[in-house]
Design a protein around this ligand. Structure first.
Ligand code: GDP
Ligand code: GDP
Length: 450
């Protein structure tokens, strides 16, 4: 059964436009007049390789009113209840209105899964409204432009956990077309953030780094009270460090304030190029640590794992060996992720940390030439050809790297839907090994080609 996604929000924020964008046909009537009465519509939506049923509640809202009344409210509530996840749409240009807040309250009370969507975010003009949306306590808003089709990759990422598992990795559509990154400009600050469970030692480390001349530049727009950014310099290389309030377990997150901390951490992660996940080495690789790494990987950031409080470890040789093994076993999605031993308290290990950070940053920016890739591909297929599915051979034709930061490869094949996941994994693992893409998230999409 496909998941059901409901679109909710006050009139005129762009719900119908988003619905049309996702359904791909101009089914719904779009009108500039708020509250033009429309029926609740359902459609089969596609986003990359996700398939879901989408329900538009446009027309169920009360026009020109700061409150929802009677039947409208009941029907909207029904749509919300029946959904697996709700897209709560706000208009990032106009900022939040009292009616947005009414919808926000209604959603909060249902306890539903909510993805906050800041629509009309084309260009940059709308971002003020998007930041304002943080106050709603639904986490990081996904900035999109339903009209121009922008931000669909971010929407994909936000919806993916609620929809059925795709067979292959994300199809980024518009974003894969070009890639111009690759060269690293070392005069630009390298953006880092440190995340980790409360008490891992983040603040201690950050204070160590900035010493007495702390240069606090926050809070900035959208970076709420708990986050600050710090500019410093590592052997002549400018670095911008984001500090966050720490990441809490999501399921435990009850009140608005705690939710904001997760949103902050997410925002810092998205802002950063390299994320240092700080663990307490005396209790390393707890479930929540793994979840944090997973979140960072899903955001496509380069990761360094810092084993802090190393000063408290007794049998260091054995502990180090154990932790390296545990890490490889528990985090296969970033095989070869750099591990660094630290003591923020003693001030040990900072240089090692920064070396690992700059190295993984380089890998994250890597571009592999198409000719190299295709030579590799030929070889790898020869060693282990894709299986025949239902008696028909799958032809893999060629590949290219569409993006870096993190590297994203596209493989063109005769039957993208038929390639088994195990074969995709085989490609990714070998790609990682052959081109030394250790420790970073890798993306690989399959595309049809005759
Ligand atoms: P609904 O009432 O929430 O269903 O909103 P509609 O989808 O009818 O859109 C209301 C108005 O906003 C229409 O004029 C749309 O063209 C416009 N609109 C929708 N999405 C965008 C967008 O991404 N950017 C801009 N600038 N306008 C949009
Ligand atoms: P945060 O919540 O991640 O910011 O953690 P803090 O920096 O506030 O540190 C939590 C506790 O761990 C404090 O009591 C610190 O003194 C202690 N701590 C931090 N780093 C180290 C370290 O490297 N070694 C030891 N032994 N204790 C540390």
């Amino acid at each position: 059964m496909p998941a059901t996604v409901a679109i909710v929000g006050r009139p005129n924020v762009g719900k119908s436009t988003l619905f049309n964008r996702l359904v791909g046909k101009r089914l719904a009537l779009v009108d500039d007049t708020p509250g033009v009465t429309r029926d609740r519509r359902e459609g089969d939506a596609r986003l990359g390789d996700l398939r879901f049923t989408i329900v538009d509640t446009a027309g169920l809202e009360e026009a020109d009113a700061d409150s929802l009344t009677g039947r409208m409210r009941a029907q909207t509530e029904e749509a919300i209840r029946a959904a697996d996840v709700v897209l709560f749409v706000v208009d990032s240009r106009s900022g939040l209105t009292p009616l947005d807040k009414t919808f926000g309250e209604l959603l909060r009370r249902t306890g539903q899964n909510v993805v906050l969507v800041a629509n009309k975010s084309e260009g940059t003009a709308g971002m003020a409204g998007a930041y304002e949306a943080y106050e709603m306590g639904f986490g990081d808003p996904v900035a999109v432009s339903a009209e121009h089709g922008e931000g669909m990759a971010s929407l994909y990422e936000a919806l993916e956990p609620y929809c059925t598992e795709p067979e292959v990795d994300v199809d980024l559509g518009e974003e894969v077309a070009d890639g111009d990154e690759g060269e690293i400009d070392t005069s630009k600050p390298l953006r880092i953030c440190i995340v980790g469970r409360p008490n891992a030692g983040k603040s201690t480390m950050i204070n160590r780094i900035i010493g007495e001349d702390r240069l606090l530049t926050g809070p900035e727009a959208g970076i709420t009270r708990d986050s600050i950014s710090v500019d410093w310099d590592w052997h002549g290389r400018p670095v911008k460090l984001f500090d966050t309030a720490g990441l809490r377990r999501k399921s435990r997150v009850q009140d608005k304030l705690e939710k904001l901390s997760v949103a902050d951490a997410l925002r810092a992660i998205r802002f950063a190029e390299v994320v240092v996940v700080m663990l307490d080495a005396t209790i390393p690789f707890e479930k929540q640590d793994l979840q944090i790494v997973d979140l960072v990987v899903r955001e496509g950031r380069a990761v360094v794992i810092a084993l802090n409080k190393w000063d408290l470890i007794e049998d260091r040789g054995k502990a180090w060996k154990d932790m390296r093994e545990t890490c490889e076993r528990l985090l296969p999605q970033v095989r070869g992720v750099p591990l660094v031993r630290l003591s923020g308290l003693m001030g040990d290990g900072l240089d090692d940390l920064m070396k690992a950070v700059t190295k993984v940053h380089q890998t994250w920016n890597r571009r592999v030439s198409t000719s190299q890739l295709n030579r590799w591909l030929e070889n790898i297929i020869e060693r282990h050809p894709p299986p025949a599915v239902a008696g028909r051979r799958i032809k893999i034709r060629y590949m290219t790297q569409a993006k870096s930061r993190p590297p994203h490869f596209i493989v063109f094949t005769s039957r993208p839907d038929a390639v088994p996941e195990s074969y995709t994994r085989y490609l990714v693992n070998n790609l990682r090994e052959s081109f030394e893409l250790d420790g970073i998230p890798l993306r690989l999409s399959l595309r049809g080609s005759d």
